[in-house]
Write a protein that binds this ligand. Structure first.
Ligand SMILES: [Zn+2]
Length: 214
């Protein structure tokens, strides 16, 4: 089947304004030009370790709607975010680690948007994806917990997958790892994901997201 015929059946539309676009283009040039790029930023993890965060833009249109499509189980939207994120100029990394989704949410949505993004980035950057972590529990409502319990609740949100228990130090020691998520709001999630990696003594922990709330 020729490309023209396919495009008649499945027209390629801009994700923001529904105008026709060239094959595999996410946005038309007008909407693409509305993406306001932002430079990398840092959040501190410990007193002497920071996470460098690469992001395409602030949490604004047109990317905001693309991120929100995950609620409608739109796997293509996640892959399109990955496509746009792959244009970011990041350095050399050894592993991509997607932020895990709690299994109940995974069951409802059918996919983990962070992992979809990581798979696109893996091809473009030629870096392997390692599902090193899992989300142990959903973050409970914090305010009625005592301070110690609150800290414990935060610390144990993400844990190393059982199958990696014996080898995860060997995997991350001296390596540059890049965490992958769609959105960074306060940075708390990225910090929680990074914490269990510290025992493995990676050389650096960075993160890549589509949008960061600034
Ligand atoms: Zn458009």
């Amino acid at each position: 089947m020729g490309y023209e015929l396919i495009s008649l059946v499945y027209p390629f539309l801009c994700r923001a304004c529904d105008r026709f676009v060239a094959r595999e283009q996410v946005f038309c040039s007008d909407c693409f030009s509305r993406i306001k790029k932002i430079p990398p930023s840092f959040i501190s993890l410990t007193t002497n370790i920071s996470i460098k965060i690469y992001s395409v833009s602030d949490y604004k249109e047109p990317l905001r709607s693309l991120i929100l499509r995950k609620k409608s189980s739109d796997r293509l939207a996640a892959r399109q975010l990955g496509e746009i994120m792959s244009r970011l100029d990041v350095g050399k990394f050894d592993y991509l680690i997607p932020v895990p989704l709690h299994w109940t949410r995974y069951a409802r949505r059918g996919f983990n948007q962070s992992r979809e993004i990581a798979c696109v980035l893996s091809k473009k950057f030629d870096i392997p994806v390692v599902d090193l972590l899992k989300r142990a529990k959903r973050t409970r409502f914090q305010s009625n917990l005592s301070h110690d319990l609150r800290q414990d609740n935060v610390d144990s949100v993400f844990v190393v997958q059982r199958k990696y228990h014996d080898i995860y130090c060997a995997i991350v020691r001296g390596k540059n790892v890049l965490l992958v998520d769609d959105l960074c709001t306060t940075g708390a999630t990225l910090k929680n994901v990074a914490r269990p990696l510290l025992a493995g003594q990676p050389r650096s922990i960075s993160a890549i997201v589509a949008c960061r709330v600034v």
